[in-house]
Design a protein around this ligand. Structure first.
Ligand code: KG4
Ligand code: ZN
Length: 333
């Protein structure tokens, strides 16, 4: 079954056609990053206006690239939350209109769940469940146990800033531009001589990143010479990665996960990928627990992951009506 996925939750207008939840026939992403870079962050009104301009050409490009017409589709998948309300509305209304005129099933997808399904878009066996998922994006940092398709238990989350948000804010403090994650990663190649404090958080699987941001601010604005930007960026990245990896490893061990899945924009960070791979806990047979990480292009926002998720929801008998509405504050588990 071919599913057309549509994703407009934040600042990427994306459409994709995915066959049987695992094979990408086409995936188009129109990024607005240059548009928002001049404001140092995403401006919601600007984003939704740009989605309106982009959405039809992007859907047409995905259909063209997949050599499909609307008649070749079995269903429509669309992100309905979490995200910016005005942005979500653009994708949702296009998906509803197409579903209505073609009498196709409509499946609303949780964006965070979509990020996890990027791990189904890689060749080879499907991930084994239960899987411990670290979902790290610009808006969320969640540790989730995926027990089955559509069945999640959230173990922990960030109490303040999301990991990606912290990268973006610290990059701004260091004058590195937007988006901050890739910018910090680029300059933070050298090993940090500096150590920033780790937050102490009561919940065993919860995170806090706002103190780290303040620590960087103190360094930048403090008396005397600030340390070089590269060193500060590396120390910041190391502190975020350390917190993420420590809690992910613990959660996987304590919850008998069969695999660890990384998901979301921050999963593109090579230091995070490397550090997690080095600190994997032992699995059932004593060998390291398998770790899955989507390819870089599928870590950040895309519509293929939305179509993949919808395939499994549909297979489980789930379908939405045309009264489906956006849920900007939706969470997972
Ligand atoms: O998942 P995503 O594309 O959008 C949301 O759902 O939020 O994540 C975007 C976030 C941004 O905060 C960006 O700075 C971060 O992912 N990011 C990275 C990297 N690439 C993107 N963070 C750290 N290292 C990266 N290489
Ligand atoms: Zn995302």
């Amino acid at each position: 079954m071919n599913i057309l996925g549509i994703e407009t939750s934040c600042d990427e207008t994306a459409a994709a056609v995915v066959e049987d939840g695992r094979r990408i026939l086409a995936s188009i992403v129109a990024s607005q990053v240059d548009l928002h870079a001049r404001y140092g962050g995403i401006v919601p009104e600007v984003a939704s206006r740009k989605h309106l301009e982009n959405i039809i050409p992007v859907v047409e490009a995905a259909l063209d690239a997949s050599h499909c017409t609307l008649s070749d589709l079995g269903a429509l998948a669309v992100t309905y939350g979490p995200g910016l309300a005005g942005s979500l509305l653009v994708g949702l209304n296009v998906a509803k209109a197409l579903a209505m005129v073609r009498s196709l099933p409509l499946v609303g997808v949780n964006h965070l769940e979509g990020h996890i399904y990027a791990n189904w878009l890689v060749e080879g066996d499907e991930p084994s469940l239960p899987a411990l998922c670290l979902v790290v994006s610009g808006g969320h940092t969640d540790l989730v146990i995926m027990e089955g398709h559509g069945r999640y238990r959230r173990l922990g989350h960030t109490l303040d800033d999301a990991a990606g948000e912290a990268f973006d804010k610290v990059a701004r403090l260091l004058g590195l531009g937007f988006p901050g994650g890739p910018a910090i990663e680029r300059v933070a190649r050298a090993a940090p001589a500096l150590r920033l404090p780790r937050a102490r958080v009561a919940g065993p699987y919860d995170f806090s990143f706002s103190g780290l941001k303040t620590a960087v601010l103190r360094l930048v604005q403090g008396e005397g010479d600030a340390p070089p930007v590269a060193e500060t960026a590396a120390a910041f990245q190391e502190a975020v990665v350390d917190a993420l990896v420590t809690k992910t490893v613990r959660a996987a061990q304590e919850n008998q996960a069969a695999e660890i899945l990384l998901a979301g924009g921050v999963a593109a960070n090579s230091r995070l990928r490397q550090s997690l791979a080095q600190r994997l806990p032992a699995g059932r047979q004593g060998s390291p627990l398998p770790l899955r990480v989507p390819p870089l292009s599928l870590c950040t926002d895309n519509a293929a992951m939305i179509a993949a998720c919808a395939y499994y929801r549909l297979r489980a008998g789930h379908q939405d009506g045309l009264d489906l509405d956006v849920q900007p504050g939706l969470r997972i588990g």
